[in-house]
Ligand binder design. Sequence first.
Ligand code: GLU
Length: 310
Amino acid sequence: MSNDPNLAELVVRVHEDIQPHFGQGRVADYIPALARVDPRQFGLAIVTCKGETASVGDCSVPFSIQSVSKVFTLTLALGRLGDTLWQRVGREPSGSPFNSIVQLEREQGIPRNPLINAGAIVVTDALLAGRGPQATIAEILDTLRTLAGDPRVTIDAEVARSEADTGYRNASLANFMRAFGNITNPVDCVLETYFNQCALRMNCVQLARAGLFLANDGIDPIAGQRVVEAQAVRRINAIMMTCGHYDASGDFAFRVGMPGKSGVGGGILAIAPRRAAVAVWSPGLNTAGNSLVGALALESLARRTGWSVF
Ligand code: GLU
């Protein structure tokens, strides 16, 4: 096991390891625009803190990053609000599905963490303070383009619309929290912003590049720019490790051992602190709503590199 692997060879080996599993899992179908994606696709990209990159498979095919966006909105909100954000959202694993409503009633409208839907909706509400959805969506898109170093990052309007048309659960969560006073903007503005952030469309290379500051104490090592304070990054990574895969977060920590965040589009962003950011994408999901083949690929990568933090 090497800590400084030959990246080009590594991605080829990981690709070989998981080939027998291609097509496994079920594409998310509760968002109609996502149900049409071919589940046999797989992409992987690694960007290291030294600026090296390696990629394989469908690494240049854009996909809907969905809940991976929650990591970036959390970063923006912590940069803007600092620790006051924690008065409105917790940092404990939920042990519940991503769109669960049951805990919210018992816990007075304070979501367990910022990476479940309820928590991410609160974070989006915080980002909206003092302005409307358009300005907030523009800031989120701009941030992702800057972090990815690529102006081609876009928002898929069809996915955003599709989600707005069918987002009854997210609307329930937002209304419920508004009743507790933990949503401060009009619910339709919050949901419009949330659905657009989830509809961000990126490929694996762009996503790994955008997440690199999380591997480098908050500084984008390629641009040489500080994105957020080092302490905030430690906390974001801790929350990704404990909450990034919903109620399968423990299993992901056990198998992969890297902070990670999944999305129902089949993407996962994983962080090897002080080494690299890794993005995988394969649309077939396991029963917890996480990419089945993507998690297998990260398991293989962690085994081959020793990049588990444990
Ligand atoms: N946009 C999705 C939803 O709110 C995100 C869920 C996910 O990616 O896990 O239902």
